[in-house]
Ligand binder design. Structure first.
Ligand SMILES: Nc1ncnc2c1ncn2[C@@H]1O[C@H](COP(=O)(O)OP(=O)(O)OP(=O)(O)O)[C@@H](O)[C@H]1O
Length: 580
């Protein structure tokens, strides 16, 4: 029952109306409880006096009130659920958009599993907090004071029992707020870490098995689960203390008010109706407090996740999206790296330094170099996952920073075997690039990428559902499917990233040729890790230790000696292989 976290207050912004409606309906439910209390007090007083003529009417009215409450409760739950759903969808949209603008650079520091936990469980918790706890909080702050006013009019002495008990029930637990918030944060951190560890263990299962580390990972996950259990119990312990205080105050307050009302009745100071009314109102006074304690438990996860959600929502992107140009080049643009230098945060030496080369418009340029030469870094800079520390990268003469991030990333399509394929049909995976593409568009793109015949040979053709991470396809097929997707997106610049080639060199060279042919008049940059793939490229840029070592075609570069000739001689691009 802590003060509302600013992040949670903010989450209510988009659904103020349904939340207000849910609160008013909750108020209506409370009113039915009060009406029932009044009617029962009258009925009991009549019974005590031996008068029965009004009884049937009173009891019938009680039934009507009960029916009205059932209707109001149903309506209230429906409205609150709708409000919660609106809050949940808006928050997830916002967080996903933020993740999109943060880009992959963010996930090199934050763990994917932890982000998933925040996005899924955290947001679910916010829904419960906002749609159930907050309306109840408003009712709790308004109804008991009103009832105290009514009680004061009927039987003021009962206030001596009710007021201190209400204050204790509401303010007593506040003494534990700080501890509860700290335990909540601790619990959430442990929960996030467990989620992240599980996701990593699942995704890395083949690697763990190959390294014989499954047992060790299981032990670590067990330790994480035990830590979550300990933190849940620690949190629960504090929670039980506060709930205990609330319960004690409620029971004590009701009993004290009842005793005072009876004492006053015995002294003849109140009527029978007044005494019964005070007895029933005393109980109604505490109902919102009791309900609030219950809803607090439902929304507790949201309150704990609020810090994590705020951190994700306000995380600073690695680059600023201040460009305005639309990247709608009529023809394929020229791509130029102009004296580009970049040093990763915390690194002592630059990853790339003074890199200058041009990838001519509508032609294929290959970027080669030993492992660690800086090829992936240049790709990350081109896509603006980071901005260069020195120099600039231009497309069609304009620096990449002049384009909107969205336009830039749509204008430059990356094809790689690590391209994510979703657990969906092949058609849906292709349509991720262009949702309105017709079946003919899909087939044309797949044909150009040389994967159409293989798709139609599958029993379900384009309706084949791919496994997690596209595991049902071979490396080459995945790559060609990724190319088909890029062709559908109609980006004018294609980057072929050969980062994790799982096919043999001959096949790879064949794929690269097919892909560059399919690319048509686009500007293509092939990031090659094996030379067989690029020996036919007419323009090769050789990178070494973050600098351009040479540029030219295969024959020219072999004749010139240097890094390229050594790589060719070694038949590999890895320095250790070169040295061998
Ligand atoms: N996130 C990072 N943080 C710090 N240093 C990094 C990071 N990523 C890469 N580096 C460093 O930057 C340099 C260039 O790496 P990069 O991944 O660009 O090379 P590469 O040519 O793509 O290598 P490979 O062929 O092995 O993929 C290397 O020294 C690498 O250790």
């Amino acid at each position: 029952m802590t003060v509302v976290h600013p992040e949670l207050r903010r989450a209510t912004r988009g659904a103020r109306r349904p939340l207000l409606a849910a609160t008013l309906l909750q108020g209506a439910v409370t009113l039915t409880h009060l009406a029932q209390a009044v009617l029962l007090a009258l009925a009991l007083a009549d019974l005590a006096r031996g008068r029965t003529e009004r009884l049937p009417w009173l009891l019938a009215a009680v039934l009507v009130v009960v029916a009205a409450r059932a209707a109001a409760t149903t309506r209230q739950r429906r409205t609150a659920t709708r409000a919660g759903a609106e809050v949940r969808v808006a928050l997830r949209d916002e967080l996903l958009a933020r993740l999109g603008s943060l880009g992959p650079a963010y996930l090199t520091t934050a763990r994917a599993g932890a982000v998933r936990t925040t996005l899924v469980d955290g947001v679910e918790g916010v829904d419960a907090y906002v749609s159930r706890y907050l309306p109840q909080l408003l009712i709790t702050l308004t109804v008991p004071p009103l009832l105290l006013a009514v009680t004061a009019a009927v039987e003021p002495t009962a206030l001596f029992g009710l007021v201190p008990a209400l204050l204790l029930a509401l303010l007593g637990p506040r003494a534990w707020d700080r501890l509860l918030a700290a335990r909540g944060r601790e619990h959430w951190d442990t929960y996030e870490r467990l989620g992240a560890d599980y996701l990593e263990a699942l995704q890395g299962m083949p690697a763990l098995r190959a390294a014989g580390a499954v047992g060790r990972t299981r032990a670590r996950l067990e330790e994480r689960s035990a830590a979550l259990h300990r933190s849940t119990v620690a949190q629960l312990r504090v929670s039980l203390v506060t709930t205990g205080i609330t319960d004690l105050a409620i029971q004590g307050g009701t009993a004290a008010a009842a005793l005072l009302a009876c004492w006053s009745a015995v002294g003849g100071a109140t009527t029978a109706t007044g005494t019964y009314l005070v007895l029933l109102l005393a109980s109604e006074c505490f109902r919102p407090v009791r309900d609030l304690a219950r809803e607090w438990h439902a929304g507790y996860l949201g309150a704990s996740a609020a810090d994590g959600i705020a951190a994700l929502r306000t995380a600073a992107p690695a680059v600023r999206d201040t460009g305005t140009a639309p990247a709608d080049w009529p023809k394929a643009p020229e791509l130029r790296f102009d004296n580009v230098g970049f040093t990763y945060d915390g690194a002592s030496a630059p990853a790339v330094d003074g890199v200058t080369f041009t990838a001519p418009a509508g032609r294929t340029t290959a970027l080669v170099g030993p492992s660690g030469a800086g090829k992936s870094t240049l790709l990350a800079l081109l896509l603006r996952h980071h901005d260069p520390g020195d120099g600039r990268i231009t497309l069609d003469g304009l620096p990449t920073t002049a384009y909107t991030l969205d336009a830039l990333r749509k204008g430059v399509a990356v094809v790689s075997q690590t391209t994510y394929l979703f657990h969906a049909t092949i058609a849906d995976n292709l349509r991720a690039a262009r949702p309105d593409a017709t079946d003919d568009d899909l087939a044309a793109a797949a044909r150009a990428a040389g994967v159409h015949d293989e798709i139609t040979a599958l029993p379900d053709g384009y309706a084949t559902v791919l496994g997690e991470r596209g595991a049902t396809l071979s490396g080459g097929q995945r790559q060609r499917l990724a190319l088909a997707r890029a062709l559908l997106a109609d980006a004018r610049v294609l980057v072929l990233d050969e980062a994790t080639s799982s096919v043999d060199e001959r096949r790879e060279a064949h794929i690269v040729r097919a892909l560059t042919e399919a690319a048509g008049d686009r500007t293509v940059l092939v990031i090659a890790h094996r030379l067989a793939a690029v020996r036919h490229a007419d323009h090769i840029v050789v990178l070494d230790a973050g600098r351009v070592d040479a540029t030219g075609d295969h024959t020219h570069l072999v004749e010139a000696g240097g890094v390229y000739a050594r790589l060719v001689a070694a038949g590999r691009t890895h320095p250790e292989d070169v040295a061998a």
